[in-house]
Design a protein around this ligand. Structure first.
Ligand SMILES: Cc1ncc(COP(=O)(O)O)c(C=O)c1O
Length: 495
């Protein structure tokens, strides 16, 4: 059994892997945007048992080259306009390699990865207009950011029991839910729940509801606030909903506003919503997972920026519009003490404060978030920010917005198409036909390999949805997408 790799072995494997990366990234634009994995290939994955004897490294890499690499998700392609999945910036790809080579656990401690992550959090806190002592951490994505933020909101709303005088173990706070006996069983998360009402917009991301279930808030305590007619949460409707709940004896827990809804790219009136939250002392979380970079970096979003600066927590995904490889989400938390109270189960006498220049380092990330062993997610974000700078990001995001505007223009100019919504870099439209026809058109485009977009619902109508988060997408690619939809529609009507 060989356990040590020589420098030559490391280099040979690294060079082959880099060749594979280069082949993948350079070949992508010339191939189909998407093609399903052929059934025969799927079968090989399903039939193969656990390897008993190992294979040489070169053989494993070749298997990757023949069985995995040829069937990607599609999001590296310039004509992939589905969901919110950009291609990775190449530097991000190599940052992943370097992070894996160091392979620290970024739970905490006084090692470089901790300080890189703290710097990244500080940079984003500054961009968001948060105070210098705000905290935060990188998480797997926007869903985890919302879950983390709402866990802190929920904990803050839960009064702590008085500790037993001679207790030496970490106090475990009962949640409002367990004390009230309303949740805790198998079905608790999805059911009644308790512990305050969560307010979400009609266009709020589904991950907010998932978080409500996981936290035991429960579906019944999620209140959907009406839109203002432009797919944005209405601050007036929010105020009315909170007032009504208070009159009925229901405690408001938190409001989740959105900066860039996934469906239509709408940006809520966040400053007005922050005003309502301040009026009633309710926690405001802003889900800026998708739109955060545009709102924070570009002109024209002063109102939303002002609201973000007043929020208690913000989620923003570097793996979306900052082109970092998956998974890189970020959550900012205004009140470091509240964050720590929610997640730190370390008794006070074991905390490592004051060991800033020793082994312990600053407050551990594992004390302000769920994970204990944590990957070095921050390196790719740090490297990309250093390489592109805010100016580089601004230019790329503006490019994406221009390509989206081009799609909208082309759609508006096509008599058989109807533009349904256009916000940030999202364009929703449909062919002037029933929902089933639109679904068939979508499938034909997706399987056709020329361009890729996803589907959604706008109002009551099924819609085709294009989202541009790829600086390699050109205006010509936008034209090709719209031409592919029109072609698929003609084929459908001819069939
Ligand atoms: C507005 C918004 N919030 C949250 C999410 C969930 O983020 P993730 O998929 O990274 O968990 C998404 C994903 O597209 C999103 O667009």
């Amino acid at each position: 059994m060989t356990t040590e790799w020589t420098a030559e072995e490391l280099r040979a494997t690294g060079y082959r892997a880099v060749d594979l990366v280069v082949e993948h990234l350079t070949r992508l634009p010339g191939g189909p945007v998407f093609q399903p994995v052929p059934p025969g290939v799927v079968q090989t994955f399903e039939a193969e048992g656990v390897p008993r004897a190992g294979a040489p490294v070169a053989a494993v890499l070749e298997e990757f080259a023949t069985r995995v690499e040829p069937w990607p998700f599609g999001n590296g392609h310039p004509r992939f306009f589905g969901w919110v999945n950009p291609p990775p910036h190449p530097l991000g790809v190599f940052a992943e390699l370097l992070a894996a080579a160091m392979n620290p656990s970024v739970a905490g401690g006084n090692h470089a990865a901790v300080h890189v992550e703290r710097q990244v959090v500080r940079w984003f806190a500054e961009l968001a207009g948060f105070p210098p002592d705000a905290t935060g951490l990188l998480v797997s994505g926007g869903s985890a950011a919302t879950l983390t933020a709402l866990a802190v909101a929920r904990h803050r709303a839960t009064p702590a029991p008085a500790p037993a005088p001679d207790s030496v173990s970490a106090p475990v706070r009962p949640t409002t839910a367990t004390r009230a006996g309303a949740v805790g069983g198998d079905h608790a998360g999805a059911g009644a729940g308790s512990g305050g009402t969560l307010y979400v917009g009609v266009e709020g991301h589904v991950s907010i509801r998932k978080a409500a279930r996981l936290l035991g808030i429960g579906d019944a305590n999620v209140r959907v606030v009406a839109s203002d007619g432009a797919d944005r949460m209405s601050a007036r409707a929010l105020r009315a909903a909170i007032r009504e709940d208070l009159r009925a004896g229901r405690a408001p827990l938190a409001v989740v506003a959105t900066a860039g809804t996934v469906n239509t790219g709408a940006v809520d009136d966040i400053d007005a919503i922050a005003g309502v939250c301040a009026e009633f002392g309710v926690w405001l979380h802003v889900d800026a997972a998708y739109g955060g970079p545009a709102v924070l970096l570009l002109d024209g979003h002063g109102e939303a920026r002002a609201g973000i600066a007043r929020a208690d927590s913000v989620g923003l995904d570097p793996h979306k519009w900052l082109y970092a490889p998956v998974g890189a989400g970020l959550v900012l938390l205004r009140d470091p003490a509240a964050a720590r109270a929610a997640f730190s189960l370390v008794p006070d006498y074991l905390r490592t404060d004051g060991d800033v220049d020793g082994v312990g380092g600053p407050v551990w990330f594992s004390e302000i978030g769920f994970d204990q062993t944590r990957p070095f997610r921050a390196l790719k974000v740090w490297m990309l920010l250093k390489h592109l700078g805010l100016d580089g990001y601004r230019a790329r995001i503006e490019h994406d917005l221009a390509v989206a505007a081009r799609i909208a223009e082309r759609v508006a100019a096509a008599p058989e198409l109807e533009l349904l919504a256009h916000g940030l870099s999202v364009v929703c439209f449909r062919v002037r036909a029933d929902d089933d026809t639109n679904r068939r058109v979508l499938r034909a485009v997706q399987l056709g390999g020329t361009a890729f977009l996803s589907g959604t619902t706008v109002g009551a109508a099924f819609a085709l949805r294009a989202c541009v988060v790829n600086p390699r997408s050109s205006p010509a690619d936008a034209d090709t997408l719209v031409a592919a939809v029109r072609h698929a529609w003609r084929e459908q009507t001819a069939a």
